[in-house]
Design a protein around this ligand. Structure first.
Ligand code: URA
Length: 205
């Protein structure tokens, strides 16, 4: 695998990728983020959840899905009976993209070029972890994994997608979407759909 100019050695393991991502300059997002946030979980996890990008808390801690969205994800993983210890969690983009507003850092969606640049790292994670099932959480992850410019979750969820390498891909909403629904009825409906999607994931593992 071709190293970047600042990478002296080729990457030959997940541990090396985890180290090398910290010096990634494939897109400009490294300039303002605290650090790259690589995936976490067992090296040969059966299921890989892919989010969009680290949020504020993840950027500071260097760990994926530890903030509010991560809590929702953990809640449903436990609810449907997926063993959290057998799950690898990562993101389509490894650096936090944000806009400063006062003391706060407001999440900004990564663009297609940033997603494409970061696919290098996601590909390495898929290659070394070799999950049986991948779950794209939200449109950004789905776009990255399918190599498409746009993906409609509503049309793509609910059925497994067989990938070229034999991996089974499921597409569902991002857990942070569930946190943003204002009305109780809508929220309950979307939570039920998310749960149903994760039940399918559990059945496929
Ligand atoms: N949202 C994501 O997509 N990923 C994280 O790691 C945290 C929040």
């Amino acid at each position: 695998r071709k190293p970047e100019p600042q990478q002296i050695q080729e990457i030959t393991s997940l541990a090396e990728a985890r180290e090398a991502v910290q010096s990634c300059h494939r897109c400009p997002l490294y300039e303002h983020a605290t650090q790259a946030v690589f995936g976490e979980g067992p090296e040969h996890a059966e299921v890989m959840f892919v989010g969009e990008q680290p949020g504020d808390q993840e950027d500071l801690a260097g760990k994926p899905f530890i903030g509010p969205a991560g809590q929702v994800l953990d809640e449903f993983i436990e609810k449907v009976g997926i063993d959290r210890k057998r799950v690898y969690v990562t993101n389509a983009v490894k650096h936090f993209k944000f806009e400063p507003r006062g003391k706060r850092r407001i999440h900004q969606r990564p663009d297609g070029g940033e997603v494409q640049a970061c696919k290098f790292w996601l590909n390495l994670e898929v290659e070394y972890v070799k999950p049986k099932v991948i779950v794209a959480l939200g449109a950004t992850a789905a776009q990255s994994l399918l190599g498409k410019a746009s993906v409609t979750i509503g049309k793509m969820r609910g059925a497994p997608i067989k990938m070229e390498d034999g991996t089974v891909l499921f597409i569902t909403n991002h857990p942070s979407y569930l946190l943003r629904i204002p009305d109780a009825e809508g929220k309950a409906r979307e939570r039920a759909k998310f749960e149903a999607d994760l039940v399918m994931v559990r059945e496929a593992i």
